[in-house]
Design a protein around this ligand. Structure first.
Ligand SMILES: C[S@@+](CC[C@H](N)C(=O)[O-])C[C@H]1O[C@@H](n2cnc3c(N)ncnc32)[C@H](O)[C@@H]1O
Length: 250
């Protein structure tokens, strides 16, 4: 649904300020002075708007021009300043000053759009270049459990003014030792003028705990903590979604 940025923004903007507050608390907990923020795959700019409003230096990039155009307009309408550019998560550091950022955030399993270990390692290498020494990279990710994962469906409901959006999103885990999860999105949009539906799908690469850990160990980042979506340490739990706090080595 990335070609429908306004609908994405209606669905996912609620709760964004609270999420940014959580990232601020995580930065404080890990002793990171967090004034310069980076968001790879920033989408409609919902985090950048909150960050800019709170006075931070906020920079985001995305591969999708429609998402970027929406982000740019939504910031301009509110007279908020953030830097935006078009780039792939595999190659973005050339647009930025090396060692500039205190913290980067990448929620919603966006990182799983990268389709190979090589692509992920290129991404981590670019991130290590962009972050200052001791800087944090907070990655929101669903970690697979191949033995027990089953097809799951989430329902998102939101409205803006008189536009009501309903998204049913189903996740089909890989089978037979594969690493590709299929995601299918069904949208229903209801406006006073009538109802529309859109269906589309995309793929995400999967990582179980061992695969994720092995990959991070090959990068210049290290796992400072694994937290649940409220910021509590996992302590052996396997929630459906977690926040990985990665730190650039001093
Ligand atoms: C799930 S959305 C998340 C958007 C935003 N971070 C948020 O939390 O609302 C994923 C975003 O990643 C972007 N994206 C996917 N693959 C990408 C890549 N290889 N490089 C840069 N952006 C990418 C998509 O265009 C989309 O805007």
């Amino acid at each position: 649904m990335y070609h429908l940025p306004s609908l994405y923004d209606i669905l996912h903007t609620p709760g964004t300020a609270e999420d940014v507050s959580l990232y601020e608390r995580i930065a404080r907990r890990f002793g990171a002075k967090a004034t310069r923020w980076l968001e790879p795959g920033c989408g409609t700019g919902r985090h950048l708007r909150v960050l800019a409003r709170r006075g931070y230096r906020a920079v985001g990039f995305d591969l999708d021009e429609d998402m970027l155009a929406y982000a740019k307009l939504s910031l301009a309408r509110r007279r908020l300043a953030a830097q935006l550019f078009c780039a792939n998560m595999e190659a973005f550091a050339q647009h930025l000053s090396a060692g500039y950022f205190d913290i980067a955030i990448n929620p919603f399993s966006t990182i799983r759009h990268l389709m190979s270990d090589a692509a992920m390692l290129r991404h981590f290498s670019e991130m290590a270049t962009a972050l200052r020494s001791g800087g944090l990279y907070v990655v929101g990710i669903s970690i697979a459990n191949y033995a027990s994962d089953r097809q799951e469906t989430d329902l998102w409901l939101a409205n803006r003014g008189r536009c009501h959006v309903r998204q049913q999103i189903s996740y089909t885990p890989p089978s037979g030792g594969g690493r590709i999860e299929q995601v299918e999105s069904r949208l229903r949009i209801t406006r006073p003028s009538g109802q529309q539906t859109h269906t589309d799908g995309y793929s995400l690469r999967t990582y179980d705990e061992r695969q994720w850990d092995a990959l991070i160990k090959k990068s210049k980042l290290h796992r400072a903590a694994s937290l649940d979506e409220w910021g509590k340490p996992l302590e052996g739990r396997q929630p459906p979604y977690q926040l990985e706090v990665l730190e650039k080595q001093h």
